[in-house]
Design a protein around this ligand. Structure first.
Ligand SMILES: [Cu+2]
Length: 227
């Protein structure tokens, strides 16, 4: 009888250790996920161009290529010192004018909601497409959008025509390759961390074009860190 009693105690002890170890592994995994969510990809600062002025140069590509590591999906990129970097977390100064240039190397996927083909929330309510001012594009010609819902900012990106020569399919893309250039300026307010994302269902190969890169930070989503 004494033997079986000891056996029950030790099996309970083994179970407790297994449960504790399991709980530890799960909480470690959750911790790592949260850390990764908050800290990856690396934050890149907009370039200070004057008092309360900064500039940010971005790019959009059909495939992030080797710069992105394992997942060469459709992606936003950042350009610094003539080099492409793979991040979508941008630090910009508060109460400032931020001038944004986006070089789009990607073709059009088209918007499902034509409302988003309008430029909203920028200085003058407009942008420039290859130097020409406009406040709207044909929704079928939209390649991506740069939208910050909480700040009321949304800019559609004009897509490279399908038959255009000299296209760049994968980053790093030289500016000599065919692209469309969008420029606009927006004004930042108080500090905060604001989510931004693309609203064009541009994730080719995924259901409804809305999965994969469309819901992954570092590709078609990111944060605007106003400091
Ligand atoms: Cu997109």
């Amino acid at each position: 009888m004494r033997d079986s009693g000891e056996g029950a105690v030790s099996s309970r002890a083994v179970r407790a250790v297994i449960i504790l170890a399991g709980a530890l592994i799960v909480s470690l995994a959750i911790g790592l996920y949260v850390y990764h969510y908050l800290h990856k990809p690396t934050e890149v600062s907009a370039r200070q161009t004057g008092p309360h002025r900064a500039s940010l140069v971005l790019g959009t590509t059909p495939a992030a290529g080797s710069v992105a590591g394992s997942k060469s999906w459709v992606s936003y990129m950042v350009r610094q010192h003539g080099q492409w970097g793979h991040t979508t977390v941008f630090k910009v100064p508060a109460h400032s004018l931020v001038h944004v240039t986006i070089y789009n190397f990607d073709g059009a996927s088209g918007l499902r909601n034509p409302f988003l083909s309008q430029v909203q929330g920028t200085v003058g309510g407009a942008m420039r497409v290859n130097g020409k001012a406009t406040d709207v594009i044909n929704p079928d010609h939209a390649s991506h959008t740069f939208t910050v819902p909480q700040l009321g900012i949304s800019v559609p990106l004009f897509g490279v025509p399908g038959k255009a020569p000299n296209q760049c399919a994968e980053m790093p893309c030289s500016l000599k390759k065919t692209h469309e250039t969008m420029t606009f300026t927006f004004r930042t307010g108080a500090p905060g961390r604001f989510r931004w994302q693309c609203f064009v269902p541009c994730a080719a190969g995924f259901i409804d074009g809305f999965a994969g890169p469309m819901q992954t930070i570092g590709y078609m989503d990111g944060f605007l860190h106003v400091v």
